[in-house]
Design a binder for this molecule. Structure first.
Ligand code: ZN
Length: 390
């Protein structure tokens, strides 16, 4: 087992940990440790909500979740010798739940509290608790399904430079200004309340809290990409923007379907991750890399049979949209949910299943004007009974 660089006590929130991590992005958040290229180490993680969700049958905690506290991240870890323009090579060696915390959660956020991909159809909060047994997940709130998890960090990336942070804040503020009172909001702008910024204190902390970006969207550095295939054995190449790279991660997912459609999101868990790091000098320019690239690992659930749902870019009112991939995927999800209702699932259960099981989402066609076609593939073996039409 590699050295634990960042440990957590699950009975305490991030700001009360012996060494606090952070829940915003900013170049001035100090590294918690520095390692040499070629090192391996372990980081422990609290679940992304900072322990706000409990293993019970009541969704009030999902409904009332305080999103000023997310995502709690472990790090940053500085890599000696890494400089802006380099690539940070990160190998995900292994990931797991803590032995005393082998459970995770999924939830549908209420529309008033950021909602999810299908919030216009499912505006109310709901929760499912998942029991983790080795590689498998089952839920007392979703009987009749069992699947192998594709375990990964939902969020991982290097710190932005001051210039990049400024770009993020400007463009996101411009978007919000187009419809400032929208529910849910178009984006979450910097929020000093409940900002956890590592060891910063005093006036420095106050300034950084005003400027630091929220962790919700994926951006140029990767961040909250929620890509289920960043699983065991994956090698990721991250752009480096600051001296030391300052790598942070969190939001561990035991399993997730493509799109993480319910927003809360995957099977969310606390746990540990083992990483190996290296540096490619000048790699950003050498390989024309603006966003991270990655090579998935060799260990993923191997389901071979799927039932696949199609969606096209025509909305509920029958209006034609032009090659709208988001709408097409939404319709594929809704088609799958309506279908699964015939097999004993409620709409909410089916929605949470699509968000948690190893679902394959695809952009299948984007040229056949005027309809985009998106597909959503459900592995049939996750059900304890046949689900094909007969
Ligand atoms: Zn997550």
């Amino acid at each position: 087992m590699p050295e634990v660089l960042f440990g957590v006590d699950l009975t305490k929130p991030m700001e009360d940990q012996d060494i606090p991590g952070h829940n915003r992005w900013h170049p001035d958040i100090p590294a918690i440790a520095a390692v040499d290229p070629g090192s391996s180490f372990r980081l422990e993680c609290i679940d992304w909500t900072d322990g706000q969700i409990h293993n019970n049958d009541d969704a009030t905690d999902i409904k009332d979740v305080d999103l000023t506290r997310v995502h709690v991240l472990s790090g940053p870890v500085a890599i000696n010798g890494a400089e802006p323009g380099d690539l940070l090579v990160v190998d995900i060696l292994d990931i797991g739940a803590f032995p005393n915390s082998e459970w995770g959660f999924n939830g549908i956020f209420s529309k008033e509290n950021v909602g999810g991909f299908l919030t216009d159809y499912y505006p109310d909060a709901a929760k499912s608790i998942w029991d983790l047994q080795g590689i498998y997940a089952t839920s007392r709130h979703l009987p009749g399904v069992k699947f192998a998890g594709i375990t990964h960090p939902g969020l991982i990336g290097c710190a932005p430079s001051a210039e990049l942070l400024d770009k993020w804040n400007k463009r996101e503020a411009e978007l919000v200004a187009t419809e400032p009172n929208r529910v849910p909001p178009l984006a979450k702008l910097p929020e000093p309340e409940n900002a956890v910024l590592g060891s910063l204190s005093g006036a420095m902390k106050d300034r950084v809290a005003q400027e630091a970006a929220r962790t919700i969207p994926p951006r140029e550095h990767g961040g909250n990409t929620d890509i289920k295939n960043l699983s065991r054995g994956t090698r990721i190449y991250f752009p480096v923007y600051v001296k030391g790279a300052n790598l942070s991660m969190g939001d561990l997912h035991f399993s997730q379907g493509d799109g993480e459609i319910s927003f809360c999101g995957a099977i969310e868990m606390a746990g540990w991750i083992d990483l190996h790091v290296d540096v490619i000098k000048g790699g950003m320019a050498k390989y024309s890399i603006l966003n991270p690239i990655f090579k998935p690992g060799p260990v993923e659930p191997s389901y071979s049979e799927y039932l696949i749902f199609e969606g096209i870019s025509v909305d509920d009112a029958g209006k034609q949209h032009y090659l709208d991939v988001t709408l097409a995927y939404k319709k594929a999800c809704l088609n799958a949910i309506e279908y699964l209702k015939n097999f004993g699932f409620t709409g909410e259960q089916a929605y949470m299943l699509l968000s948690t099981a190893p679902i394959e989402g695809r952009i299948s066609g984007v040229v056949d004007i005027p309809n985009a076609c998106a597909t959503l593939a459900i592995p049939t073996a996750i059900f304890d009974k046949p689900i094909l039409p007969v």
